[in-house]
Design a protein around this ligand. Structure first.
Ligand SMILES: Nc1ncnc2c1ncn2[C@@H]1O[C@H](COP(=O)(O)OP(=O)(O)OP(=O)(O)O)[C@@H](O)[C@H]1O
Length: 525
């Protein structure tokens, strides 16, 4: 298959708002792929090629040679070239990678160049497309979409699943199982503005029991125990075992041979209240700041997906909880109460919040573990709403902030288009340290710059507090955030996991347009 066909499919998918039409376009392209090409076709169309994998800077992406006149590049050729470029190391490697990339781009037509540059710049990484792509794989391979989704959650990526489904159908998908030692995408939660709504969603007023657990603001950890060896993975499936000896130590004592647990790690003060999130985050960061004494992390396990030979992913919540309680002592388990009474749930919520935690998770006792999706089985309830938004661009600061990238343009995901909708700007809440950090990081992500504004690859997720949402004709979604301020960056989240425009609309009633959000950074500081 030629790159031209991927470029045309990608443009067709981006250009149509309809989900069915997107699925049909992707499935058509997949059907036309040779067996050996399917994994690459899926990876490229869903943007699963991190720019850092081939290690070229953005300057190289701006420095594009004149296009070729005829489309000849094939998918496999380009993939082999990219793999080769990623493998170049040692002195002079930066220049060599640029040369090799320019050689590939020089053989591409203009539309092919555009497609490849968008792929390398991360602009095609539309996580919103993952669900559509899973459906397209199912359609092309003529297998049920649920089977494809399950395989993707177990494997953690789309490409290998597509290859197996197209080559061997459901038998190929059966090969993806939960393996102790290989992380799977963790289950996520939906949100409700109140406990009553969470109860309503899970019990439909029937008085059925649910589990009400504390929601701690720590770090998600998937803990795999294999023959006594403990390994810990983050929510983004990165291994962090070596950084957390106290956690492996705590888990090693459990009476299990093989197990996969899900839980939260958090730094607690002696009085049981949490340290600021940064203290916890510092323990799992790749680079630890000097002069910082590491604070030990406490472990709170809340689920078990495998126990000594038995897979529990499909077991109902109540059964998984019983299994967890059998092997994990209470001090290593997330505090939880099982109740059908919203008033009792409110007591748990109040206690969690009084101890400085985020709120609660209300969990169904009937549903399986639906990894990688915002399953309807878990609903988070927090006293305060924040949004995880994506930085789309940033303006240079004035006065005291001269030379620093300051005013952030914030976007929510738009699942309909796979793009982002800008919701407002903010320069508030940024400490000097955050300003310095974001200036460096956003310059790395820059794709284009005009007078005041640096446009960046939509990758960086930032947690924003706000007072409401108001109508605003100035913003493309017709709404803007009121008094948005930065709480912190969320390096553990990808842009595909940022909040959607629908979430923004649902979390907060839209206020009339009294005061427009500020357009510039008037702080002078
Ligand atoms: N008792 C708990 N059960 C499940 N997850 C919990 C619990 N306590 C804390 N968490 C954390 O909450 C996260 C699930 O919430 P969600 O799926 O909304 O992710 P999120 O968007 O990162 O949430 P938030 O930004 O609100 O922390 C988990 O990834 C986990 O880290």
């Amino acid at each position: 298959m030629r790159i031209a066909e991927l470029a045309a499919t990608s443009a067709a998918v981006a250009g149509t708002p309809g989900r069915k039409a997107k699925v049909a376009a992707l499935a058509g392209c997949l059907r036309a792929a040779e067996p050996g090409e399917a994994a690459v076709v899926v990876a490229y169309l869903s943007g699963e090629l991190p720019q850092r994998q081939i290690g070229v800077g953005y300057a190289a992406l701006r420095d594009v040679p004149p296009p070729a006149s005829g489309a000849s590049l094939t998918v496999l050729e380009v993939d082999a070239a990219f793999t080769g470029i990623g493998g170049v190391s040692g002195p002079g490697s930066v220049a060599r990678r640029r040369e090799l990339l320019a050689a590939v781009l020089g053989r591409a037509t203009r539309p092919e160049q555009d497609f490849l540059i968008r792929l390398l710049a991360g602009e095609l990484r539309q996580g919103a497309l993952d669900g559509v792509m899973a459906e397209a794989i199912a359609a092309a391979a003529e297998v049920p979409a649920a089977r494809v989704r399950r395989a993707v959650m177990l494997r953690g990526s789309l490409g290998p699943v597509a290859a197996a489904a197209l080559a061997e159908g459901t038998a190929g998908l059966d090969a993806f199982t939960l393996e102790v030692g290989r992380p799977i995408k963790p289950m996520l939660a939906a949100a409700a503005p109140s406990l009553d709504e969470a109860f309503g969603k899970l019990t439909a007023g029937s008085g059925t029991d649910v589990a009400v657990e504390w929601k701690l603001d720590g770090i998600r950890a998937q803990v795999h125990v294999s023959g006594g060896e403990v390994r810990i993975f983050t929510r983004t499936l990165d291994e962090i075992t070596a950084r957390l000896p106290e956690v492996t130590g705590a888990v090693r004592g459990l009476p299990v041979r093989d197990a996969v647990f899900d839980g939260e790690l958090i730094a607690l003060r002696p009085d049981g209240h949490p340290h600021p999130f940064q203290v916890t985050a510092a323990r799992t960061a790749t680079r630890t700041a000097r002069n910082v004494t590491p604070v030990p992390l406490a472990v709170f396990l809340f689920d078990v997906l495998h126990l000594d030979g038995t897979d529990l992913l499909d077991a109902p919540g109540a059964e998984r909880d019983a299994a967890l309680a059998r092997v994990v002592p209470a001090e290593l388990r997330m505090p939880r109460v099982v109740t059908g009474d919203p008033a009792r749930a409110k007591e748990v919520f109040d206690e969690a919040v009084a101890r400085g935690h985020e709120g609660v998770m209300v969990k169904s006792l009937d549903t399986p573990y639906t990894a990688g999706r915002r399953g309807a089985g878990w609903i988070k309830v927090k006293p305060r709403h924040t949004l995880d938004l994506v930085v789309l661009a940033v303006e240079w600061g004035h006065g005291r902030r001269r030379g620093l990238l300051s005013n952030l343009h914030l976007g929510a995901r738009d699942p309909a288009t796979g793009g982002f909708v800008m919701l407002g700007k903010t320069f508030k809440g940024l400490t000097d340290e955050l300003l310095a950090w974001q200036t460096k990081r956003l310059r790395e992500l820059a794709v284009r710059e005009d007078a005041w504004t640096v446009h960046v690859r939509p990758e960086l997720v930032v947690e924003i507090a706000f007072d409401g949402v108001q109508h605003s004709p100035r913003y493309p979604g017709g709404i803007a955030l009121r008094f948005a301020r930065v709480l912190r960056y969320r390096p553990d989240k990808s842009a595909a996991e940022a909040d959607t425009i629908d979430t923004v609309r649902s979390v907060s009633p839209t206020l009339p347009a009294e005061t427009e959000p500020s357009e510039t950074d008037p702080s002078g500081g």
